[in-house]
Design a binder for this molecule. Structure first.
Ligand SMILES: Cc1cc2nc3c(=O)[nH]c(=O)nc-3n(C[C@H](O)[C@H](O)[C@H](O)COP(=O)(O)O)c2cc1C
Length: 373
């Protein structure tokens, strides 16, 4: 399963997400605007009382925010992982690695191992999360999984599901059959770090979460359809016009992030839920926590800032984001993450209708949306 293209593909992906318009067309601002938090003229706290820190994977992190998995696997990506790790360590937030498939394919190439390991070397005091594609599991052995966990010393392993991306990708691997479940069960019996099931930007549904929950998985990253749009990213790489047209038709495909958060919490009451996919403002991040997410994940804006303006620009972005999260928490009178999860919210009729048709009881969900406190 040697794949010489895997390294250049990563570089191409970075260039496309920075230089091309790969956003979901419009739908998400509309959906977030249909979820209202309640303004408190008397918040009952001082802004300086707000403390958004929490525990995740046995580390204390400073805010419900993480850097989602993006890069690694090519020496040219080391500089990105280095800067992302510096951000993670300085802001005390978790960081994910990009797919570690290249690590398995090029086991004895030190510079490839270094492109991932640099993250753990710099981000010593925060969770570092490994990453592998669900369909890649069909080609590799348990010893390879142990290798990608131990060689980088990760605290959890994210397994990504990306059928929409693979279906449009020129060299896509569209095997998403039941054998993957058997493989994941086998892995769960052997490894000693938790597994996180994640999408990459089209969202996990109630059904997906229920399936993996029934296997015993308790960590999910919904990666919803609100931010980086992999159908469009792959469209830019696709020379076949028929597939390009299909990508255009599917450019809004998926479950928007806040909807996926509600579906996830309803399906997995005691699980740790990560809300990612277009969580580009503090208001969106806090809304997701009120809806029941435990933390938010952020990918493309950080690589964009680093690519265009360097580490300083990315720091500014994160500072603004966290400041906005603190202000919104203050304005709804919540001084910490647990209080955020108890605050009221209002959904408009469109969202209520959606959940009615999905058969998801919002009253039951509201009663458990705080998750495991
Ligand atoms: C350049 C880039 C590379 C990515 N590579 C991976 C990957 O290797 N594995 C993965 O699970 N997700 C990958 N993602 C998806 C992100 O982890 C995240 O789920 C998704 O981009 C949605 O977040 P965003 O809207 O903040 O970008 C990548 C995202 C970007 C922008």
């Amino acid at each position: 399963m040697s794949d010489p293209n895997i390294r250049s593909r990563k570089i191409e992906h970075i260039r496309i997400v920075v230089e091309e318009n790969v956003e979901f067309p419009g739908t998400c601002s509309e959906i977030y605007s249909q979820i209202k938090l309640v303004h408190r003229a008397f918040p009952g706290i001082d802004l300086s009382d707000v403390d958004l820190s929490l525990n995740f994977l046995n580390y204390k992190i400073s805010a419900p925010l993480m850097i989602s998995g993006m890069t690694g696997g090519d020496p040219a990506t080391t500089k990105y992982n280095e800067k992302l790790a510096l951000l993670a360590e300085e802001f005390r937030i978790p960081i994910g690695l990009g797919s570690e498939r290249a690590l398995v394919l090029h086991r004895n190439k030190q510079e490839i191992l270094h492109s991932y390991r640099v993250v753990r070397q710099i981000a010593k005091d925060v969770p570092v999360i490994g990453n592998i594609g669900a369909n890649t599991l069909l080609d590799i052995g348990i010893e390879d999984i142990s290798y990608i966990i131990n060689s980088v010393d990760v605290d959890a392993l994210a397994i990504h599901l990306n059928p929409a991306q693979e279906a449009i990708q020129p060299e896509g691997d569209t095997r998403f059959n039941i054998s993957i479940i058997e493989k994941i069960e086998e892995i769960m019996d052997t490894i000693n770090v938790p597994i996180i099931i994640k999408e990459v930007g089209n969202g996990l549904s109630y059904e997906d979460i229920s399936l993996f929950y029934s296997l015993g998985i308790r960590f999910f990253d919904v990666a919803g359809a609100c931010g980086t749009n992999w159908v469009l990213v792959e469209k830019y790489r696709q020379k076949d016009h028929v597939v390009s047209d299909i990508a255009e038709h599917l450019s809004s495909w998926g479950i928007p992030t806040p909807i996926a958060v509600i579906e996830a919490r309803a399906a997995a009451p005691d699980s740790f839920i990560i809300a990612s996919g277009g969580v580009y403002t503090g208001l969106r991040a806090i809304t997701n926590i009120v809806l029941g997410a435990d933390i938010n994940g952020l990918a493309r804006p950080l690589i964009q800032e680093i690519y265009r303006g360097g580490l300083g620009a990315a720091k500014k972005f994160l500072e603004t984001m966290i400041r906005e999260m603190r202000i919104v928490s203050f304005l709804i009178g919540a001084k910490n993450v647990n209080e955020l999860k108890q605050k009221p919210f209002i959904l408009t009729t469109d969202i209520l209708t959606y959940f009615k048709q999905r058969g998801i009881d919002l009253n039951e969900y509201k009663a458990i949306r705080g998750g495991k406190q």
